[in-house]
Design a protein around this ligand. Structure first.
Ligand SMILES: Nc1ncnc2c1ncn2[C@@H]1O[C@H](COP(=O)(O)OP(=O)(O)OP(=O)(O)O)[C@@H](O)[C@H]1O
Ligand SMILES: [Mg+2]
Length: 412
């Protein structure tokens, strides 16, 4: 897919800007602070409803504005779609598809697909686990928009369950509360199982691409991997196999004796269905209840899971060199791109690649390799303050970004 037009109103530094785009490579050049990233951020936001720079919408509205608009014309194969997204200071954001009646912003998810590379990606390796969970969930929603609902259901249940646990911790816990907690356990187990199931499947899809991308970008001396560490697995392992043998028997598998169960290897959660994972969560909540009541928060669930990134035999976080960290981040983004391309082969359309300020961060070798990998994409949008940072391999249109807009000579 590619964007043919992008218009912003009251978004970040822009009162109004209209940018005409083409398939292939476009490099946006302009001095620091001129507004290049603002343009890329708008496209990323249209795709994911998230900014790669900030976690709230307020900074996206131009100073003093009450609402911002992102409009884009997107071409997928023979079909073109006009997308409009209204970001509001005081009420819910709204979208429109082909000038239809307004829809929820969420209904736009998955239509425009992007993979955005940016200096902020360093947090994928160096940041806390929430950065990596966000990476997974964003990709998940982009591939399967229905998982936006999975995520928000889970977040809602988690919040309510946490509120209940907190009140219990404050000593206001009665038998009635306990029964309510049982009900929330059921809801959270189901929502958590859906999310976990989807994430585990996604990590399996990412894995081979991550390994290949890292090998392509580097000399191949170390292997890159991503391992999903779930709090569910931890508690089932800690809780001993006794409880899980009961669950297995309930699933209709052969009941095992306690002695067998003690020696049984840890269960591979990737092989379980959503229903089976729901059962395991319920079991885990029972095992964790006393601790959760003491701490007043939910300790088990996808919100506490980690995607561990591994280089060779060491975790990337805390061990990888600066260059290795960068290669790992780029490889994760490339792996997302390849997973989306796999999808494109089965009826989708290749995503738009956005490389914001990344070349300046890389050495010549990595610049070249990255350029060679991305130059074949359907649309690649690149920003740079210094044109010389763009490797020669990346030939294509150059657009000059000037104060408040685009140099009109380029904008045709
Ligand atoms: N909400 C906002 N309202 C008005 N101006 C804003 C807002 N948010 C950011 N800006 C301005 O936008 C500019 C930053 O733009 P942007 O990050 O796109 O620059 P850039 O061209 O990517 O620069 P660099 O080359 O340094 O990365 C800053 O001058 C900032 O003050
Ligand atoms: Mg920038």
């Amino acid at each position: 897919m590619y964007l043919e037009k992008l218009s912003l109103t009251d978004f970040r530094s822009y009162a109004q800007v209209d940018l005409a785009l083409e398939p292939g490579v476009t490099v946006l050049v302009g001095s620091n602070g001129i507004g290049k990233t603002n343009l890329m951020e708008a496209i990323g936001y249209l795709a994911t409803l998230n900014s790669h720079r900030v976690s709230t919408d307020a900074p996206l509205l131009r100073f003093g504005a009450e609402r911002a608009m992102i409009r884009a014309k997107l071409v997928r194969g023979e079909q073109s779609t006009v997308l409009e997204l209204e970001i509001n200071a005081a009420r819910a954001n709204r979208g429109r598809i082909n000038r239809s009646n307004p829809v929820r912003a969420r209904d736009l998810l998955g239509i425009c697909q992007t993979v955005l590379f940016a200096p902020e990606d360093l947090a994928l390796v160096k940041g806390d686990p929430s950065s990596r969970r966000r990476f997974l969930d964003e990709l998940l929603v982009s591939l399967m928009p229905r998982h936006a609902a999975t995520r928000s259901d889970y977040d809602r249940v988690l919040k309510q369950r946490n509120a209940l646990l907190k009140s219990a911790r404050a000593g206001k816990f009665s038998a009635g509360h306990e029964a309510t907690l049982d009900v929330w356990d059921q809801h959270m187990a189901r929502a958590g199982a859906e999310l976990l199931h989807a994430r585990l499947e996604l990590v399996d899809r990412l894995q081979p691409h991550l390994k290949n991308a890292y090998a392509q970008l580097t000399d191949g001396s170390k292997e890159a991997a991503a391992v999903y560490r779930s709090t569910l697995q931890d508690i089932l392992d800690d809780d001993g196999a006794g409880a899980s043998s009961g669950a297995r028997a309930a699933d209709g598998a052969a009941a095992v004796t306690d002695a067998d169960a003690a020696a049984a290897p840890a269960e591979d959660l990737r092989l379980l269905s959503v229903e089976q994972l729901t059962d395991r969560y319920i079991q885990a909540f029972v095992a964790a209840r006393r601790k959760e009541l003491e701490r007043g928060i939910s300790l088990v669930g996808p919100h506490r899971d980690e995607l561990e990134l591994v280089l060779g035999s060491a975790p990337a976080k805390g061990y990888a060199s600066h260059g290795e960290t960068w290669s790992m981040c780029l490889s994760l983004r490339l792996a997302s791109y390849y997973v989306m391309l796999d999808d494109a082969r089965t009826g989708g359309s290749p995503p738009i690649l956005i490389l914001d300020d990344v070349f300046a961060e890389l050495d010549v070798q990595r610049r070249r390799k990255l350029a060679a990998i991305v130059s074949g994409a359907e649309q690649v949008l690149v920003t740079a303050a210094v044109e010389d940072d763009i490797p020669a391999e990346l030939t294509g249109r150059r657009v000059k970004v000037i104060p408040g807009g685009i140099d009109e000579q380029d904008n045709r």
